[in-house]
Design a protein around this ligand. Structure first.
Ligand code: ADP
Ligand code: MG
Length: 617
C-alpha cells in the first residue's frame, strides 16, 4: 500500500491538501519534520499515514485527554488500530494498553506528556520502541505561546532514553516566529523537513457587526442557524451564564463552559456538545484547544478577543471539515476599555521585572490595536487577517461581510475638516494631545468636567458637530485614523494629526466614508455547486441533506460516537450532490473510505434511493 491508497482506503479522500505529502514523505524517509498549518488544515493525517504504512507503530504526544479520545475514536471508525494512554484509564486498563503495544496490536498510540517518564512506560518503549514520535500541538512546548505546558519539556528526555532516536514530527497551528524557533530548538529537530502552509481558510466567512444589543443579536444569529452546531464565545463567565440562559429560554439546546464550573459539569457539557445533544456551546476562552469537533458551522464572539491570534484560533474552530462556516464578531467600543484594563492589570505579569512588564504591556497593546483595526475596517476582513500573519492575498476575498456587503458612500470632507481642525486647536491650546473621548465631547459641545476644567469650551471648534449623534462622530474619527489622517498614540491614547491631514485641511482633498448597509444574512451550510445542466427542484438538495443527517444521527447513536465521527457535513453534502446508488459510487464520495463504506454504506444508499424514488413520483 502507498500513501495515496492509504488516503483513499482509510480516509476516503482523493487528494492531499497542501503540505501533507511533503510531511508524510519526510517521516517515511526517516527524517524529522515540522508542520505548521492552520487549524483544520489536516495535520493529523501527516503522522497517521506514515504510522499506517510503516512496520513500526507511532507514538503521538497530545496535550489533552479529550483530543486523544477524539482522534482515537475517529481512527477506529476508519479501521485503524489505535489507543490512548492517559489518566482517564484505570491502572488495569493502562497495563492492558502497554501489554497490547508490546504485542504489536496498535498502529498508533496517543499518550499524555506526563506519562512519558513513568518507569512502566519507559520499559515498554525500550522493549518495543516506536517507529516515529509525533508531537501534536507542539507550541505547548514554548513559553511564548499561550498554551505552555511544562510537561511537554519531558519529551526531550524521553527521546534521549529510547534505544535509538526515531524520526520526530512536530505539528502546530501557531504561526509566530518565536514559538516556531522554540519548537525547533527545544525538541532539537535534526534538519527537519519544514512545511508552513498558507493560513487562509477559504470556507470561513468572516464578519464584524456593531449591533446596539449584542445579546439580542446573538439570539438572532443562532436562530438563523437553527439545528447547526455553533460556539458562542463570551469574555466573562457572567456573560456565558446570561447568554446561555437567553438561548435556553428560547428553546435552543445550548450548554455552557467556563472555569467556574466543576470538572464534572465541564466534561458533561463538552460531551453534550460533542455528541450534538447540545447544538450551541456558550463558553469563555477556557473552552479551547480540546475541541476537535469538525462540524462546528459557526463561531460567534459576543466580545472582542484581545488579539487577532486569539480571535483566529477561536474562530478557526468553525468549519474544520471544509464545509462553509461563519465567523461573526460582535463589536462594542466598551470591549476596548475592558481589554485595556486586563492588559494593564494582568496578574500573570506580577512576577516580571518592571522593565519586562512594561514591554509585555506594550506588546499586548500593539496586538489589541490590530484587533480593534480589524473590527473597524471596511476592507476585506480576510485580507486584514492574512496581512497580520504576513501572508499575501488578493484585494477582495468574496467571502466576508465587507466583500459581500453593500456600502453607502458619503462625502464627509467638511465634517472631517472640522474634526481635524478641532484636534489641532485643542492641541495648540493645551500643548499636548488628548484622547478620543475628550475630543468627541468637545466636538459635540459637551459640558463634561474635563471640558470645562481645561476650558476647551473656549476653542473655536467647540460644538461644531453638536447636532450629530455620538456614534456618527466616533465613526468619522475612527475612519480618519484608519485612513491615516489621525494617529492614536499606542501608549497613552493621545490623538494627533499626521502630515497627511493637511491635504484635507488645506488642499481640498475629499474624504469619503463608506458605511456598510444592514448586513445581509448569510447562510453557512451547504452552498454547493451543482453539476452544470442539472437543476433539481427547489428544496431537493436540502431535503436530502436533512434525510442523510437523520441517517447519520441514527448510526452515530448506535455506535455510541459523535455524529461527525460517522461522516462530516462536507461528506454528507458531497453525497447529496453525487447521489451514489452503489458501493463503488459511494466510495467516490469525499470522506468515504473502505471501512466506512462497509459499515454505513447500506443505510445511506437506501436513504438516497428512497429519496430519489419519492422525488420522481
Ligand atoms: P488539524 O489537526 O490540522 O487542525 P485535522 O487533522 O483535525 O486538522 O483535520 C481537519 C479535517 O480535515 C478533518 O475532518 C480531516 O478529515 C480533513 N482532511 C484532512 N486531510 C484531508 C484531505 N487530504 N482531503 C480532505 N479532507 C481532509
Ligand atoms: Mg490537530
Amino acid at each position: 500500500m502507498d500513501k495515496y491508497e492509504a488516503l483513499r482506503v482509510y480516509y476516503g479522500h482523493d487528494a492531499f491538501r497542501p503540505g501533507q505529502e511533503a510531511l508524510i514523505d519526510g517521516l517515511l524517509a526517516g527524517r524529522d519534520v515540522l508542520g505548521i498549518m492552520p487549524t483544520g488544515g489536516g495535520k493529523s493525517l501527516c503522522y497517521q499515514i506514515p504510522a499506517i504504512l510503516s512496520d513500526r507503530p507511532a507514538l503521538v504526544v497530545s496535550p489533552l485527554i479529550s483530543l486523544m479520545k477524539d482522534q482515537v475514536m475517529a481512527l477506529k471508525s476508519q479501521g485503524v488500530a489505535a489507543a490512548y494512554l492517559n489518566s482517564s484509564l484505570d491502572l488495569r486498563q493502562q497495563d492492558l494498553v502497554l501489554e497490547r503495544w508490546e504485542r504489536g496490536a496498535y498502529r498508533i498510540l496517543y499518550v499524555a506528556p506526563e506519562r512519558l517518564e513513568t518507569p512502566g512506560f519507559l520499559g515498554t518503549m525500550t522493549r518495543r520502541p516506536p517507529g516515529l514520535v509525533a508531537v501534536d500541538e507542539a507550541h505547548c512546548i514554548s513559553q511564548w505561546g499561550q498554551d505552555f505546558r511544562p510537561s511537554y519539556l519531558q519529551i526531550v528526555d524521553f527521546l534521549d532514553r529510547l534505544p535509538a532516536r526515531p524520526p520526530v514530527g512536530a505539528f502546530t497551528a501557531t504561526a509566530t516566529q518565536a514559538v516556531r524557533e522554540d519548537i525547533l530548538r527545544i525538541l532539537s529537530l535534526r534538519d527537519p523537513v519544514r512545511v508552513v502552509t498558507g493560513f487562509d481558510r477559504p470556507n470561513l466567512y468572516f464578519d464584524v457587526r456593531h449591533p446596539r444589543d449584542r445579546k439580542a443579536a446573538v439570539l438572532d444569529l443562532v436562530k438563523e442557524r437553527a439545528g447547526r452546531s455553533g460556539i458562542v464565545y463570551c469574555a466573562t463567565r457572567a456573560g456565558v451564564e446570561e447568554v446561555c440562559e437567553i438561548l435556553q429560554n428560547h428553546g435552543i439546546a445550548a450548554t455552557r463552559y467556563h472555569a467556574g464550573l466543576t470538572d464534572e459539569e465541564r466534561r458533561e457539557n463538552q460531551d453534550a456538545f460533542q455528541y450534538d445533544r447540545a447544538t450551541v456551546m456558550v463558553a469563555t476562552n477556557a473552552f479551547g484547544m480540546g475541541i476537535d469537533k469538525s462540524n462546528v458551522s459557526y463561531v460567534l464572539h459576543l466580545n472582542m478577543p484581545k488579539s487577532l491570534e486569539a480571535y483566529y484560533q477561536e474562530a478557526g474552530r468553525a468549519g474544520r471539515d471544509g464545509a462553509p462556516a461563519d465567523c461573526i464578531l460582535l463589536y462594542g467600543p466598551k470591549d476596548v476599555r475592558t481589554a485595556l484594563y486586563f492588559i494593564e492589570n494582568g496578574e500573570e505579569n506580577d512576577l516580571l521585572s518592571p522593565e519586562d512588564r512594561a514591554e509585555v504591556v506594550r506588546q499586548d497593546k500593539k496586538r489589541l490595536n490590530a484587533m480593534v483595526d480589524y473590527c473597524k475596517t471596511t476592507r476585506c476582513f480576510r485580507g486584514q487577517i492574512l496581512d497580520y500573519f504576513g501572508q499575501d492575498h488578493g484585494a477582495s476575498c468574496g467571502n466576508c461581510g465587507n466583500c459581500l456587503g453593500d456600502f453607502v458612500r458619503t462625502d464627509v470632507t467638511i465634517p472631517a475638516q472640522m474634526v481635524l481642525s478641532c484636534v489641532k486647536r485643542v492641541r495648540d491650546k493645551l500643548g499636548y494631545p488628548v484622547g478620543m473621548n475628550l475630543l468627541l465631547d468637545v466636538l459635540r459641545g459637551g459640558r463634561g468636567q474635563r471640558v470645562l476644567a481645561l476650558k476647551l469650551n473656549e476653542v473655536s471648534t467647540y460644538g461644531l458637530l453638536a447636532r450629530e449623534k455620538k456614534e456618527t462622530v466616533r465613526t468619522l474619527m475612527d475612519h480618519l485614523v484608519q485612513e491615516g489622517y489621525l494617529r492614536v498614540d499606542p501608549d497613552h491614547g493621545g490623538v494627533s494629526l499626521t502630515p497627511a491631514a493637511s491635504e484635507v485641511l488645506f488642499r481640498g482633498k475629499s474624504v469619503v466614508l463608506a458605511l456598510r448597509d444592514v448586513p445581509k444574512p448569510k447562510s453557512a451550510i451547504p452552498r454547493v455547486v451543482l453539476p452544470a445542466g442539472e437543476a433539481p427542484a427547489e428544496g431537493f438538495y436540502d431535503g436530502l441533506f436533512q434525510r442523510l443527517k437523520e441517517v447519520r444521527t441514527r448510526l452515530a447513536q448506535r455506535a455510541g460516537v459523535p455524529a461527525y465521527v460517522v461522516f462530516s457535513n462536507a461528506t454528507l453534502a458531497d453525497m447529496a450532490v453525487k447521489l451514489p446508488t452503489d458501493r463503488e459510487e459511494f466510495l467516490a464520495v469525499n470522506g468515504v473510505g473502505e471501512q466506512k463504506a462497509d459499515r454505513y454504506g447500506k443505510e445511506f444508499l437506501a436513504a438516497i434511493l428512497d429519496f430519489l424514488g419519492e422525488e420522481t413520483i
